[in-house]
Design a protein around this ligand. Structure first.
Ligand SMILES: O=C(O)CCC(=O)C(=O)O
Length: 280
């Protein structure tokens, strides 16, 4: 039996939200149609092959976090139409992001689209919350980021399926980096290729240990409140020409649009105008 509630692609938003509110994460099978999963793997194959495992940061903390035998790379919207059409604009994922993020923001944008491929022999990553990226912004009862781990290959307990500690999304707003979560059960996001585990920015989780000889090929996609700065500088990677060819919502999510706070100011403008005007 799966450790987390597992629903089908056509599940009602209310069922997805109910499972997330209970456990902090939910698995949706076939979140990526099979043809688009295959296309994504093909589109990203060159980047996968040329990316050296390990952190590029040169900083001890991030080297540990990223994993010595984990391959990570971003810029996915610049590399793949399938990423834009089926992951960035995934209707189920956007409906969940709308539900949680629009409560405390008038819009949100892409935080990062990132391959997280865990290699053979990689130990488990330390447990953490995604919202820890923004320690200044975390607050009880406020969701600032929502993530999805797409399984581009099958996720098993042996190959490093994401470890989730259900219920920890209710713990107080604090920075969590490692630690034991006594009294909580440990769940593993085991799921077939093409599934996605959608999870709260507040739930404690981390990559599992890979004891196999194969790569666990995951792709993380997360959104963050529009009033916060994302992890990945998407508009510095997706060119204006590329952006012009994308659907309008994809452009906005990638930073080629401005933020209009409810009752506040407008930010990320171009000469006082919404950045989307660049494409008029
Ligand atoms: O690869 C995984 O399963 C999770 C990784 C993760 O949570 C992260 O690097 O932020």
């Amino acid at each position: 039996m799966a450790d987390l509630t597992t629903l089908g692609r056509d599940a009602a938003l209310t069922d997805i939200v109910k499972a997330m509110d209970t456990d902090g994460g939910v698995i949706v099978t076939d979140l990526l149609p099979e043809a688009s999963r295959i296309q994504l793997v093909e589109d990203l194959a060159t980047a996968f092959d040329v990316t050296e495992p390990g952190s590029k940061s040169g900083m001890e903390h991030w080297e540990g976090f990223h994993g010595a035998n984990t391959r990570r790379f971003c810029g996915l919207a610049a590399r793949s139409d399938a990423f834009v059409d089926h992951a960035l604009l995934n209707p189920t994922l956007l409906a969940v992001a709308d539900h949680y993020l629009l409560e405390h923001a008038s819009d949100y944008w892409l935080n990062t689209g990132q391959v997280m491929a865990v290699g053979p022999g990689e130990p488990a990553q330390y447990l953490h919350r995604d919202e820890t990226n923004w320690p200044e912004a975390i607050a009880d009862g406020r969701e600032i980021t929502v993530s999805c781990m797409f399984a581009l290959s099958e996720f098993t307990r042996a190959n490093g399926a994401t470890v989730v500690i259900p219920g920890t999304q209710e713990l107080p707003a604090e920075v969590y980096r490692g630690g034991d979560f006594d009294g909580y059960r440990t769940a593993y996001a085991t799921m077939p290729a093409g599934s996605g585990m959608i999870y709260s920015g507040r739930v404690i989780h981390g990559a599992g240990q890979n004891t196999t000889d194969s790569w666990r090929y995951g792709m993380h996609v997360s959104f963050v409140a529009g009033w916060l700065r994302p992890e990945e500088a998407s508009p510095l990677v997706v060119s204006r020409e590329r952006a012009a060819a994308l659907p309008e919502r994809a452009r906005q999510l990638l930073g080629w649009g401005s933020y209009h706070s409810d009752g506040g100011g407008r930010t990320w403008l171009v000469d006082f105008e919404d950045a989307s005007r660049l494409f008029d």
